[in-house]
Every structure is written in C-alpha cells, then in structure tokens.
Design a protein around this ligand. Structure first.
Ligand code: NAP
Length: 254
C-alpha cells in the first residue's frame, strides 16, 4: 500500500544485550523498533534522547532516530485514548471520575494521557498499593491511590473503568469486578487483547454498558511509531483490525 521496502520482525534480546542491540541498531539497518516487557524501563538509559512523556512515565515503547540520535517515546497512552474515541466518539472526561485497575507501565501511560482531559479524579487501584501511591506522587493530586477493597465504594460513581493489569489475559489470573455497581452510563475498557473479548468486556456487554476492547489500543499505539519511522501516518481500518484479530484468533469473524 505504501510501497515500503521494509519488514517488521520480532527480535528476542536478552537484558544483558539490550544496550549493545540499541547502540548498534542503526548500523544493523533498523529505522527504529518497538520495545516490550521486560525492556520498557531499562531501554531509557540506552538511548540518547527520551522525550518528556518517557521521563514522566518511566518507560518507552518506541525507538526512532532523529539527526543521528536515538530517541524514545511512549505511544501507549495515545493508543489507549484513540481507541477509546474510536469506540465512544462522544466521551467527555472533563470533571468525570475514572477508575484505573493496575499501576504498571501501561497504567502509568494511560493516567498520563487521561490527565490531559481534566478529569475530576483518576483512582488508581493496584494489588501492590505502593505502586499506585507512586503514580499519585508522580502525577499529582487528581490521582488517588487505592486497594482492591476500595472498588466497592468507587464503582457507583465511575464514568470510565479501565483494566490495565494483565488479569483476564489467557493464561493469567481471571479478573472479577462487580461491574453491576457501575452507573448504566459508564464505559468499560480493557487493555488485554488475548482473548479478543475478555470476560470483563463480555460481562460489561451483558449489563448493557459501553465497552472498549484492547486490540484497538495495540493498533492505535502503532500509528505514531510508523509515522516516526517512515514519515507516513497510517490509518487504523476495519480491514487492518480483522487481519490482526484473525492472527490472534483464527476463529474470529468481524
Ligand atoms: P506491568 O508493568 O508488568 O504491570 C502489570 C500490572 O498487572 C500491575 O499493576 C500488577 O500488579 C497487575 N497484576 C498482574 N497480575 C496480577 C494479579 N494476579 N493480581 C492483581 N494484579 C495483578 O505490565 P504493563 O506493561 O503495565 O501491561 C499490563 C497488561 O496490559 C499486559 O497484559 C499487557 O499485555 C497489556 N498491554 C496492552 C497494550 C495494548 O496495546 N492493548 C499495551 C500495553 C500493555 P502489581 O503491581 O501488584 O504486581
């Protein structure tokens, strides 16, 4: 479609080789890369220029080159938000209450992005409460840290509920949330995309709530990286969604 002579490949890089891999990427012919677990934090010290978002979040997922320097950014927050808008076009989070489950790298990126929408509060709920408290310290008073027990009192006033943990992913612990406590107008988003429709999303649909499954975030977060590598801003189309969805679940039909 864009007539690029390029490939996108998976490279397993051991932690002890990460610095060397990044330092020699350009001479190996790479225009950039995505970075995933467990390198998202460590890669920062191997690049020349982390952007402000990376410094704030403490993690990157995209490396590119500019004026001969290796640069890093995080596109997860933008990917989450664009996916949210693609499913709930009229969502307005100004002065609204958000509950984010999880306090890992993805949760930090999502909180950073959602704060731009001036919500009343973002409640970050995590098993290890100290990680949620760290987000509160790093991002300011709109963020309120809590534990799983506090969900019961928070859900009845939440406008947006986000699962940003790995719970509910195939092979991980199941996620059970009392979604019936949410207002009927609430939106439920899951960033887990294997399975394509998690039980959280299924349960929310059964309750008639608006839902945002996670695969769209993966596609939308890739847009900025592609643009930084090739100077072309691709569109996330239904055809692209179907192609990736079928790769994850061959039984998938749009
Ligand atoms: P991470 O930094 O390792 O954080 C994992 C989070 O999940 C932590 O908050 C952790 O809690 C929580 N968690 C894991 N197992 C748990 C359990 N059994 N009970 C309670 N909490 C549990 O990972 P991440 O990078 O933030 O990614 C989180 C998930 O999002 C992954 O499944 C990843 O595949 C997915 N993701 C999706 C996209 C997308 O494009 N859709 C993008 C990025 C990430 P503790 O702090 O207590 O350990």
């Amino acid at each position: 479609m864009h007539k690029l002579n390029a490939t996108y490949e998976k490279q397993a890089v051991a932690p002890e080789n990460l610095h060397h891999f990044i330092a020699t990427m350009k001479e190996q012919g790479y225009v950039g890369c995505n970075v995933t677990i467990p390198h998202k934090e460590m890669a920062i010290s191997s690049i020349d220029l982390p952007d402000d978002r990376v410094k704030k979040i403490g993690a990157l997922n995209t490396i590119f080159f500019h004026n001969g320097k290796s640069c890093g950014t995080s596109t997860d927050g933008e990917g989450f938000f664009q996916n949210l808008l693609s499913q709930v076009a009229d969502i307005d989070l100004h002065d609204k209450s958000v509950v984010v489950l999880g306090a890992g790298g993805a949760a930090r990126a999502i909180v950073d992005k959602l704060l731009e929408e001036s919500p009343k509060a973002i409640h970050v709920i995590n098993r290890s409460v100290n990680r949620a408290q760290q987000i509160q310290t790093d991002f300011g008073e709109t963020v309120k840290a809590g534990d799983f027990q506090s969900l019961k009192s928070l859900l009845p006033t939440a406008d947006l509920f986000v699962n940003a943990t790995s719970m509910g992913m195939t092979g991980q612990e199941p996620l059970e949330v009392a979604l019936e406590l949410l207002p009927k107008t609430a939106v439920v988003a899951d960033i887990v995309y294997v399975p394509l429709k998690t039980s959280l999303i299924q349960n929310a649909e059964t309750l008639g709530l608006r839902t945002v499954p996670g695969l769209g975030m993966l596609l939308h977060q890739a847009v900025r990286g592609f643009e930084l590598w090739f100077g072309i801003r691709p569109k996330v189309t239904i055809e692209l969604y179907d192609l990736v969805a079928q790769d994850i679940d061959p039984g998938y039909r749009s």
